[in-house]
Design a protein around this ligand. Structure first.
Ligand SMILES: [Zn+2]
Length: 123
């Protein structure tokens, strides 16, 4: 399946930018929450523009509904439900559900896959 026509290096830079923006958001959240929200917005714009999936670690750190940066214990509530992490944005009440068992399985599968690929190259 073809996905976009952006060269790989461009996607790499875009991913790095998303990472930097979220780190900045984290840093500024306490003193300048409005700036943190702006960084989230910028990161989301980049992700949309380059058709990049939000990295797992940051996926749960912002509200898809109101674009606010979320900090556990500050402006969001985290609940564990069955095999899901439910993150509630205290600003707009939106709940983000993240299935964590699936994520773990995906991670494990990826590790196995990369191991198989490596083995093939070695042979
Ligand atoms: Zn929200």
């Amino acid at each position: 399946m073809k996905r976009g026509r952006r060269p790989k290096w461009m996607l790499k830079i875009a991913r790095e930018r998303i990472d930097i923006l979220f780190k900045l958001a984290e840093e500024f959240f306490e003193k300048h929450p409005e700036r943190a929200d702006r960084y989230v917005e910028m990161a989301r714009n980049i992700a949309t523009k380059y058709n990049i999936r939000m990295p797992g670690i940051w996926k749960r750190r912002f509200c898809k509904n109101c674009n606010k940066f979320l900090k556990p214990g500050s402006n969001c509530q985290i609940r564990l439900r069955d095999s899901c992490v439910a993150i509630k944005c205290l600003n707009c009440g939106n709940v983000i559900n993240i299935p964590y068992i699936k994520e773990r399985k995906d991670k494990r599968r990826k590790t196995i896959e990369s191991y198989i690929i490596k083995k093939r190259i070695d042979e």
